[in-house]
Ligand binder design. Structure first.
Ligand code: 7PJ
Length: 261
């Protein structure tokens, strides 16, 4: 899954893909490098980011989704928590919803059900504005992520969203210290007992910066190591900026796990 940010303040490629042409060209390149899905986001959820209105988000996302579907025939995922954006994305031909708030926002669950699309439910603690201020867990994997995601799956099923349409994501960096993130990745196999496909996003995130002491533009090697480990621990979709290098790392990892190519 290639990341296409259309926010003016996204931390690693902020502002670079605001223009529609640029966005399309960037998506085209990720598809050529082997991306199966393009994830379009119009709300920056980086630590400290301020909220946007659904209208601002729609204005950023809708033209890009429409063009990706029409001109590139791409499978488009929309990174949103807003029911308005979910409905519009589905109408424009998006193929998947990706919600870092796991459909908790008012109206999101029914919008997602109505869309008929698959949905990724992500765990997070707090809101982007303050989520990195002393996040705390007693036991991040068992008590929070598995229980929270398990509860969200149950809420979705109770509302009529079939579990065949769900994917899960532990939400690296969303209200988690570097130690929380490292433990979550190392023990991510525990999430497999929910028996749903796992999606992970660690590309260029600060957990790499903190361990390696690298600025955001020098985090590729660290990200590839994390991608390989994530595949080993059961991840099936990797949300990344650097599609080509990640696919090589994933294919190499997969060959070892299968003991063949
Ligand atoms: C994630 C995401 C993630 C899912 C972002 C960034 C911050 N969606 N949207 N998982 N992260 N599912 O790319 O650094 O980890 S935005």
């Amino acid at each position: 899954m290639g990341i296409l940010n259309v926010t003016p303040d996204s931390f690693s490629d902020g502002g670079h893909h605001l223009a529609l042409d640029d966005a399309l060209r960037h998506a085209e390149r990720m598809l050529a490098e082997g991306a199966a899905i393009i994830d379009v986001g119009g709300e920056s959820t980086r630590p400290g980011a301020l909220p946007v209105t659904p209208q601002q988000e729609l204005d950023r996302v809708a033209p890009v989704v429409e063009a990706l579907v029409r001109e590139l025939d791409a499978l488009v995922s929309v990174d949103t928590s807003s029911p308005e954006v979910m409905r519009e994305a589905a109408a424009l031909g998006a193929g998947m919803l990706n919600d870092v708030r796991a459909l908790e926002r008012e109206g999101a669950l029914s919008a997602a059900i109505g869309s008929g699309l698959p949905v990724c439910l992500m765990h997070r603690q707090g809101e982007p504005r303050d989520m990195q201020q002393a996040p705390r867990y007693d036991e991040p994997v068992e008590e929070v992520v598995a229980d929270y995601l398990g509860a969200r799956v149950a809420a979705c099923e109770a509302a009529g969203l079939r579990r065949e349409r769900l994917l899960l994501d532990p939400g690296f960096g969303f209200g988690k210290t570097v130690e929380h993130n490292l433990r979550l990745l190392n023990r991510m196999d525990r999430l497999s007992r929910l028996e749903l496909p796992l999606l992970v996003g660690m590309s260029r995130k600060s957990m790499i910066g903190k361990v390696l002491g690298r600025p955001v533009e020098e985090r590729l090697s660290g990200g590839l190591a994390l991608a390989a480990l994530a595949v080993d621990r059961g991840a099936r979709i990797l949300r990344v900026h650097d599609v080509g290098p990640t696919l090589d790392a994933v294919n190499m990892t997969w060959a070892v796990l299968k003991e063949g190519c």
